[in-house]
Ligand binder design. Structure first.
Ligand SMILES: Nc1nc2c(ncn2[C@@H]2O[C@H](COP(=O)(O)OP(=O)(O)OP(=O)(O)O)[C@@H](O)[C@H]2O)c(=O)[nH]1
Ligand SMILES: [Mg+2]
Length: 417
């Protein structure tokens, strides 16, 4: 998987783990960033991936050869010349690109060193009688950065390409580039008219402000025309892609920091529950067994909860205080005593800490000895320790996922250069 995609994935995971641990409005702001990231179209890697599409004989393969500066793809007069998609991709391609080509069943791959981070896919003609050709374009579109539609002076108004493809796929128009090839075959005045005419039919398809590049990829005599300009344009598109990806990564990092703060993880990453809990548990058991009282025992637990809630920051701390309220602790302690074989409480008045059992214990101190320390310790672990550990574990997990997202975004940023 490519680095930007990994960063988005880690970010999604972080958001999932932040639910219930950060304030709702922070979560909503971060979810909006994630939606934008997910909605981003194109190849989520550092390579600019473009597919060349268009009618047979328009010059797709010739354009690829002209950009490459050498003969890569077969071109010819017998139509269709290209019957299998061909990828021209950087040597040592990033993993995501190889995976994309695998997914698209594009097995013909030619590696190059000439244009770093540019991959072009030469497609078979769109109007071929072979149905799969049509399907390739539609499968490709969501996963590549763009489609270069190649027209020629004869068939640029071809209804099939306008109606079947461009109109139907108009939602992808930001990813479309339009090229009028074979301009060597027309004079300058004719060329102006043709470009205007093509732009007009594209506008009728729904393309906003269509721009048309005029090129001659393989004139019978002389060098290609305007191909150097087109290469420059591709360079700019690559820069634009990097800028957009950099911005996206910046957004992800901002969102991640928001979650970090929301969960109080920026203040205290870990509360060292496992080293502190045994002491609190021992003091609680001691209070009950030695008879200093139920209220005392509740106080030990309550103080611990307060300390944890202060340390874990306002948003998360609030959750801890609410979840482990004095009433809850009282109930849990009564249950723990019951589990340990202690005397059942005579009365239980929720909301008044310790009141219910105070008389019970202090009225008859000797009853304290009815509860054995060992079973009570185990029962406290089960009734209180486990629950606390679970909540703090989820917070820790969020912290770890935040760290993972940081690593992935930095890695992706580095790959972008
Ligand atoms: N005059 C002129 N002929 C060109 C130009 N570009 C390509 N051709 C010719 O047009 C014919 C078709 O070119 P290809 O590049 O094979 O076209 P294609 O779009 O790949 O065709 P398919 O693979 O069948 O879809 C070839 O004979 C080329 O030599 C150009 O700029 N000017
Ligand atoms: Mg071809």
């Amino acid at each position: 998987m490519s680095d930007v995609a990994s960063a988005i994935e880690a970010f999604d995971l972080t958001i999932g783990r932040a639910v219930d641990l950060v304030p709702q409005n922070d979560l909503a702001a971060v979810a909006a960033i994630a939606n934008r990231a997910r909605g981003r179209r194109g190849f989520l890697g550092e390579t600019l991936v473009l597919a060349l599409a268009g009618g047979t004989g328009s010059g797709k393969s010739s354009l690829l050869n002209a950009i490459a500066g050498r003969s890569i793809a077969a071109t010819g007069v017998i139509r269709p010349t290209t019957d299998r998609a061909l990828a021209w991709l950087p040597a040592r391609p990033e993993k995501g690109l190889t995976e994309l080509l695998d997914r698209l069943d594009i097995d013909d791959r030619i590696e190059h060193e000439s244009f770093p981070r540019l991959a072009l896919i030469d497609l078979p003609d769109h109007d071929s009688i072979v149905v799969q050709h049509h399907l390739i374009v539609e499968r490709l579109l969501p996963e590549v950065d763009g489609i270069v539609w190649v027209f020629d002076p004869q068939k640029y108004r071809d209804p099939l390409i306008h109606e079947t493809y461009i109109t139907r796929l108009i939602d992808y128009q930001d990813q479309f580039v339009f090229v009028l090839n074979q301009i060597d075959r027309v004079g300058p005045r004719e060329l102006t008219r043709l470009k205007a005419d093509l732009a007009e039919s594209l506008a009728a398809d729904g393309v906003e402000d269509p721009q048309v590049f005029g090129v001659a990829a393989a004139p019978p005599t002389g060098a290609p025309v305007n191909v150097a300009e087109f290469r420059r344009y591709l360079g700019e598109a690559l820069d634009a892609k990097n800028v957009a990806a950099g911005k996206l990564l910046g957004d992800i990092r901002r969102g991640t920091r928001l979650l970090l703060r929301g969960a109080g993880l920026d203040q205290v990453p870990a509360v060292e529950f496992d080293t502190r809990w045994p002491e609190v548990r021992a003091a609680t058991v001691q209070a009950l067994v030695s008879g200093s009282g139920f209220e005392d025992a509740i106080c030990h637990l309550g103080d611990f909860i307060t300390a944890l809630s202060v340390e874990t920051g306002p948003a998360f701390g609030d959750k801890v205080r609410t979840r482990f309220s004095p009433e809850w602790l009282e109930g849990a302690l009564i249950d723990a005593i019951g589990d340990a074989g202690g005397p059942p409480p005579r009365a239980r008045q929720r909301g008044r800490v310790g009141r219910a059992l105070h008389g019970f214990w202090s009225g008859d101190q000797s009853k304290a000895a009815d509860v054995a320390a060992g079973p009570l310790t185990a029962a406290l672990d089960a009734r209180v320790g486990l629950q606390l550990r679970e909540v703090l574990w989820r917070r820790g997990l969020l912290g770890a996922t935040v760290a993972l997202t940081e690593i992935e975004t930095r890695r992706a940023q580095q790959a972008l250069g």
